[in-house]
Design a protein around this ligand. Sequence first.
Ligand code: HEM
Ligand SMILES: *[C@@H]1O[C@H](CO)[C@@H](O)[C@H](O)[C@H]1NC(C)=O
Ligand SMILES: *[C@@H]1O[C@H](CO)[C@@H](O)[C@H](O)[C@H]1NC(C)=O
Length: 422
Amino acid sequence: MRTFTSLSLAAAVLPLSSAYPWALNIANGEGNAADISEAVTSTLSKRADGGTCPVHLLRKGAAPYSDVYPSKYTGAKNGLPGTGKGGVLVPAKGDTAHAYVKPSASDVRGPCPGLNTLANHNFISHDGQTTFTEMVDAAQNVYNWKYDLATFVATVGVAQDGDPLTQTMSIGCAGGLPKSGTGLQTHNKFEVDASLARTDYALSPTGDAYTVNGTLFGEMIDTCADQKFSLECMAKYNKQRFNESLNTNGQFFNGPFTFFVLGTSLLPMDSFANFKCGTGNPTVSDMAAFWGVSQQSDGSWKYNRNEKLPQDWYNRPEALSLPFIADQVFEQYGLYPTYLGGNTGEPNTFVGLNYPGFVEDGTLQDASPNGIICLLYQTVAIGVPTSLLQTLAQVSPALDFLQSKLNSGFTANFGCKTGQNA
Ligand code: HEM
Ligand SMILES: *[C@@H]1O[C@H](CO)[C@@H](O)[C@H](O)[C@H]1NC(C)=O
Ligand SMILES: *[C@@H]1O[C@H](CO)[C@@H](O)[C@H](O)[C@H]1NC(C)=O
């Protein structure tokens, strides 16, 4: 176990930015939302796509669920709970409205294979400009996520990276949404370091932390295909990625959103497996379909931007709930604990976070499934910084949105403290 220099996040913004000097570049506004917002925008402009993100002022919108197939999906519509009964063929037989359609150059895609796949099948808007309602319906109907998980993840997406007023969100770059500096690929909000198959933001010359990195995809396959992407193996792979970032990325930041990354590592097993025969394990070809990669003649993997549902694919029979996956994340964290904090400008200069009561010396205090859920909830609801950028979520429309969607359920169901600013 290593010893960390302590610093308190709760006390002030300054100690954080001096502990993580790179954070100063993006957050010299020191807590002032407008300044931070401007700093974010100027940081984003260094990106290759800075000025070229396709603009979609009018969303295309998801293809509607036809009443011809009412029993084929969970029946989720209008952002409301469906039946939670899965185990069905997706897309349903004859449902050509949800067949795969190759994305055009002006369609936006981003860091999430689950959403890229939904967009390519018109379960959410094909242009990549989606809404809270589309995501909640599609996560239930396609992947058979339970309503609680679908709403939690979609709420965090819209609050962090979208426009809470219109409840719209880009699955990649901002693309003409009414708010600048938004979109799921925005770094250190929902998109973070040490992802399964995406390069760390600071390690990419163009800040591309959202396109699939074929080398990393190959590492994941080599590490865990034989073990069928089990919880234990993916926990090990996550630790490998943590080590890689620690050792190579001077700006590595491992904030509370790392628990989302642990969560995504369970999705091959929990959401991508083909349940055609009642039970399922994800095969390498299932994984390649969802990640949109093809294997080259030399065995390496290359992104082809064709994320799609595998042929003849049946979703999980039983809905995947938030507490269920939180239990699994907790188990992963126990197997290969990683510390919360970041490097301080050079590789291997890790300093642990201190957020009294939640995280001390980089270690989660309430290491229970509820503790993990609550840390994530706190992170977005009261803006415990995953970086200083996180404070953006404290701007009031985002807060109002989070509170209207999550507050009562989270305090009641998981016993989360509402926090000093809530
Ligand atoms: C409901 C709204 C959703 C939002 C807002 C969302 C957001 C995100 C974001 C921001 C990332 C990048 C995290 C990182 O930096 O590592 C991500 C990654 C990922 N998401 Fe989603 N997601 C959603 C739904 C889904 C669904 C339904 C699935 C699959 C069933 C899924 C599977 C994944 C996987 C496997 C990754 C890891 C990708 C990689 O590292 O290569 N997501 N998601
Ligand atoms: C992909 O990941 C590998 C391994 O971490 C890295 O060496 C390479 O630079 C990355 N490629 C891109 C395009 O980011
Ligand atoms: C990560 O690095 C530590 C320290 O070098 C090492 O002990 C551990 O085995 C590594 N873990 C993995 C999964 O690579």
